[in-house]
Design a protein around this ligand. Structure first.
Ligand code: ATP
Length: 736
């Protein structure tokens, strides 16, 4: 069966029904505590205790104690059966505390009285009314089942020997009960009888609040299948009508023993139902605790699933049940928030099945081919993946190896670099030392310069004094030279006169020896002295100067001058020494600076080189890491692809197996039905107690939809069959 989305999601419709006060409640003071507003959509609760505040609740409709069964059905449930007739799933259920009127609402106090009957009998009537009034080209089959959930066990109410049915789930059928009796019916009366039968078979017990309290959750289901004889499409709508057992406060109801056990189980399953509703109302689509109880598993589709659902909250209007009523109203408000997504269920006819079978066969064939192809692809993929894995691993290993080597090289370079750095810092230290020495020398030289300048200034003064003295000496010398020259000239004249005199004497005496020897020696000495002086004055005036100095006799000045000269010489020597030392240190400094510059340049060059290689290595490292992560991503994608392919393959295999199984089951069912049909005592054997009620209950009965003409024609026959059935049923009951 497939579901066709012909509708958007709809909220669960929630109604509220207040029953009249019962005898006990009427005997109490402050009986009523609720106020239904005129729009019949909201109710205000006025709590008795002043400490509690008024609370307002909103519903799709609120039925008061005077609301008729017909009104409750029309407003609260009719739309659901209309949807079921169109192929949707539908659920109507009643929830409320014990003795609040759930059974009254779902079944009614009298199942045969059209005015008193509740929702379930009304539904049955509507189903068959709709069939009878539908287009004659429609063909219907209707099957019903009825079971109860009692003490957490599922009991088949059409075959009570089935006491503990198991819940199963598969893709095709959804949640279902294995082995549950399903009865095909052809008339509303048949369903009516079956409903009564199930209702009577239900576990009922009495307690302080309800003499006929339902101790189980009852589910009555009708599946309506509608086939068009024109296009052979089939829609199947399933309707669940549920009368829940009521929650109870055991101290109020006085439950003991089995009753207490029942109450606990009922309360527990209702608590889980509340949790499911809370989770759904909060939009927790991820985890809903459906599986925590059998009731919620059965209701899975009705709450948050593929179903049009109506919930009727039944309440007591009495303040005696104030807390229970408020709790039920809150439950209803939460349920109102649940969204369901009902879809039309389309089922195939035999003709369609044949076509489907052929199509399925073809599909299976195609899928098998595809599976083979996929298997091949997968093995190829696996092969290439393993090769790829190998290559990736190898590449990865190479990369890692290269990385390790690079790292080793890097650490070597780093240690070299740090060594160079320490050398550099040592050179830097030396340089700093020299620099400070140089600075000290520079400072010293500055001092010397300053001293030198002051000495120069003194020298200047002294030079000026010397110049003055020299000028004085020169003028003095000039005077002396002139006097000396005059003296020399005079002496020369005297010598010449002496010589003339001698000559004259000789002439007179005719003998040269006329001059005495003494005179000759004296004359010679004088001549020599004169000659000497001339020579001295001509060639060595400085000597004269000195002799002059000594002659002028300024002894103090001479001494001072001498000291000054000595001092000057000493200072000059010191300056020269300092200059030499300065030059030396300048040279040292320059050479050091040169060598240092060279070292620093070299270190910088190496450092730059190292920096560059470090950057390159880092780049390479990053590239390798990127390459590696890209490869990992590629690997992951391929793995994911492969997993997806495997999953797809598995899905195809599963769906193909399910399809095969389904086809096999359908075939077996057809064969079995054919076989059963051929057996004369078939019905007696299979239906047991229900056999007299519903003839041929395991056989699909095709009911033609149609106008009233056909209806009238068949009605007589059906009425006769019905009265026959009732007779035989009565006989059967008597005979039991
Ligand atoms: N709307 C109503 N009008 C008149 N009587 C009502 C109405 N609803 C309930 N009652 C009466 O109240 C009593 C309890 O109702 P009912 O058995 O339907 O309650 P319940 O909720 O099914 O209880 P439990 O959970 O114990 O089975 C019955 O006697 C029933 O006839």
């Amino acid at each position: 069966m497939q579901s066709v989305d012909q509708s958007s999601s709809t909220n669960v419709q929630v109604f509220c029904r207040f029953r009249p006060l019962d005898d006990h409640e009427r005997s109490l003071p402050n009986q009523r505590f609720i106020e239904i507003l005129p729009n019949s959509k909201s109710v205000i609760v006025h709590p008795n205790k002043e400490s509690r505040e008024d609370a307002q609740f909103y519903f799709d409709y609120i039925f008061d104690e005077f609301s008729s069964q017909q009104l409750v059905y029309d407003k609260g449930a009719r739309s659901v059966i209309e949807a079921v007739m169109q192929g949707f799933n539908g659920t109507v259920f009643a929830y409320g505390q014990t003795s609040s009127g759930k059974t009254y609402t779902m079944f009614g106090p009298n199942l045969d009285d059209p005015e008193a009957m509740g929702i379930i009998p009304h539904m049955i009537t509507t189903v068959f009314y709709n069939i009878e009034n539908s287009d004659p080209t429609n063909e219907y089959t209707v099957k019903v089942c009825c079971f109860e959930l009692y003490l957490e066990k599922i009991r088949d109410l059409f075959d009570t020997s089935k006491e503990n049915l198991k819940i199963r789930e598969d893709k095709m059928r959804g949640v279902y009960l294995e082995g549950l009796t399903e009865i095909y019916v052809s008339t509303g009366e048949e369903v009516h009888e079956l409903m009564k039968y199930g209702h009577q078979t239900r576990a009922v017990g009495a307690h302080r609040m309800n003499n006929e309290s339902s101790r189980s959750h009852l589910i009555f289901s009708i599946a309506v299948s509608q086939t068009s004889t024109e296009d052979f499409t089939t829609k199947v709508g399933k309707l669940h009508l549920i009368d829940l057992a009521g929650s109870e406060k055991v101290d109020k109801t006085g439950a003991e023993g089995t009753r207490l056990e029942e109450a606990k189980k009922i309360n527990k399953s209702l608590t889980i139902l509340g949790q499911v509703i809370t989770a759904l109302s909060e939009g927790k689509r991820g985890y809903i605790p459906y599986r925590d109880s059998k009731l919620t598993r059965i209701l899975q589709d009705s709450l948050g699933g593929n179903s049009r659902t109506s919930l009727i909250i039944t309440c007591s209007p009495s303040s005696w049940n104030e807390l229970e009523t408020i709790s039920s109203l809150r439950f209803g408000m939460r349920a109102k928030m649940i969204k369901n997504t009902p879809k039309v269920n389309i089922e195939s006819t035999v003709g369609e099945l044949k076509l489907l079978l052929a199509a399925a066969k073809e599909e299976i064939h195609q899928k098998n081919k595809k599976i083979k192809r996929l298997e091949n692809n997968q093995s190829q993929l696996e092969e290439s993946m393993s090769m790829m894995d190998f290559e990736i691993d190898k590449k990865y290993e190479d990369v890692i190896k290269e990385l390790e080597e690079t790292r080793a090289r890097l650490s070597l370079e780093i240690s070299k670099n740090s060594k160079l750095n320490s050398e550099l810092s040592q050179v830097q230290n030396n340089y700093d030392d020299l620099k400070s020495q140089f600075d000290a020398l520079l400072a010293q030289s500055k001092l010397i310069d300053e001293e030198f300048q002051s000495v120069e200034e003194i020298l200047k003064v002294k030079e000026e004094q010397i110049e003055q003295l020299t000028a004085f000496k020169n003028s003095y010398e000039n005077g002396f030279t002139t006097a000396n020259d005059a003296k020399l000239k005079l002496e020369q004249v005297i010598i010449e006169k002496d010589l003339e005199i001698e000559l004259l004497r000789r002439k007179l005496k005719l003998s040269p020896t006329a001059f005495s020897e003494e005179d000759k020696v004296r004359q010679e000495q004088k001549r020599k002295e004169a000659q000497e002086k001339a020579i001295i004055s001509k060639y060595a005036p400085s000597l004269l100067d000195l002799s002059m100095d000594s002659q002028i006799g300024d002894e103090n000045w001479r001494l001072e001058k001498k000291n000054l000269i000595e001092n000057l010489k000493l200072r000059i020597k010191q300056i020269i020494d300092l200059e030499i030392a300065l030059d030396d240190s300048k040279n040292d400094y320059n050479s050091l600076e040169n060598s240092m510059n060279l070292d620093a340049k070299e270190a910088k060059r190496r450092n730059d080189h190292l920096q560059r290689s470090l950057e390159q290595l880092t780049l390479m490292y990053h590239q390798l890491v990127n390459q590696n992560s890209a490869l990992s991503v590629e690997k992951q994608i391929l793995e994911k692809k492969s997993t997806r392919l495997s999953e797809k393959l598995k899905l195809i295999e599963t769906s193909s197996a399910a399809l095969k199984g389904e086809l096999k089951r359908a075939k077996e069912e057809i064969d079995q039905l054919k076989e059963e049909l051929n057996q004369p005592n078939y019905l007696k054997n299979t239906m047991g107690a229900l056999a007299p009620l519903i003839p041929n209950s395991r056989i699909k009965k095709r009911i033609r939809g149609g106008g009233n003409q056909q209806l009238l024609a068949t009605f007589a026959v059906q009425a006769k069959t019905y009265s026959n059935l009732r007779n035989s049923f009565n006989q059967f009951e008597v005979g039991k």
